[in-house]
Design a protein around this ligand. Structure first.
Ligand SMILES: [Zn+2]
Length: 293
């Protein structure tokens, strides 16, 4: 087996596009710096609403195929070569929005057996041995059943892997500081007349927003903005990115700010870094801080 790079980052996401929106700049930065970046996507997002009229005929298996292609193009834009579907492509179906009949599909991710789904992820953890795991918070950032389940599977897999002697040194949840979101929306409202969007989303539409004090880590991905925007554009069925401006919309056509600094909350750590060194209020600028790598 070929030797993996010293620094290894694992990210777990619900659908193709979530990784680029939440972590695109982080993934591009670490891949460019020579870290091994592994993305696990739990479903192919075949219940997503399609934006471009020319592709609106796609649904179910046809949309899954298109989204798998979009994911591959996004990973190319980010320079990430290790991206996999949980279990195997199509193993878990998109569960649809909370409260819809799609949640009752026995093959949907929401209905997955937790330990079986986590078991697939444990195999990846034992193979790649990541020091850093990035996942959602317990609410999945915004309450989508696949995002909640992706959180549970990631945390359970980390626990099972640790029990098998493969502990992950640092576990993070995706976050966005409230003041950053509020400032982003203020800029967006000013720019709206020049944008291809009619209306603006609300702060509550952005996943993972928390009070600033909870942020432990900020990754400045400004140098990787083009890679992130390219990856987001690759998810053309799901996202519309404004030309030349850091704003985008989902299928609800409500504009949101696009962030190239990405934020995290360190929730488990086996090492000392500026977060837990007692200096107070410090934020890390590197997810591998304290690992000596
Ligand atoms: Zn999603």
């Amino acid at each position: 087996m070929t030797e993996l790079p010293a620094r290894r980052l694992l990210l777990v996401h619900a659908h193709p596009d979530d990784e680029s929106i939440n972590n695109g700049a982080t993934m591009a930065k670490y891949a460019a710096e020579g870290a091994h970046v592994t993305l696990i996507t739990c479903t192919l997002g075949e219940r997503g609403e399609v934006i471009p009229p020319a592709l609106r005929h796609l649904s179910g298996a046809g949309l899954a195929e298109e989204r798998e292609r979009e994911l591959a193009a996004a990973m190319k834009a980010l320079g990430v070569t290790d991206h996999r579907l949980l279990g195997r492509p199509g193993r878990y179906r998109d569960s649809g929005m909370m409260g819809t009949s799609d949640n009752d599909d026995p093959d949907c991710f929401w209905r997955a057996d937790l330990d079986e789904a986590a078991g697939h992820l444990v195999e990846v953890i034992r193979e790649v041995r990541p020091q850093v795991l990035v996942a959602y918070d317990p609410d999945g950032g915004y309450g989508h059943p696949d995002h909640i389940q992706a959180h549970r599977v990631a945390m359970r897999a980390a626990e099972l892997a640790a029990g098998a002697g493969e502990s992950i040194a640092k576990v993070y949840w995706n976050r966005v500081p409230r003041t950053v979101v509020e400032e982003g929306f203020a800029r967006l409202r000013d720019a709206l007349p020049e944008l291809p969007f009619a209306e603006v989303a609300a702060v509550g539409d952005v996943p993972g927003v928390v009070d600033d004090e909870r942020i432990t880590s900020a990754i400045d991905g400004t140098a990787y903005a083009d890679a992130k925007i390219g990856a987001m554009r690759a998810h053309a069925t799901q996202l519309e990115v404004a030309p030349e401006q850091p704003y985008f919309a989902l299928s609800n056509e409500l504009a949101q700010p696009l962030f190239t600094t990405e934020y995290y909350e360190l929730v488990q750590s086996l090492v000392q870094s500026s977060v837990n060194s007692g200096r107070g209020g410090a934020t890390e600028s590197d997810l591998f801080e304290g690992l000596g790598l």
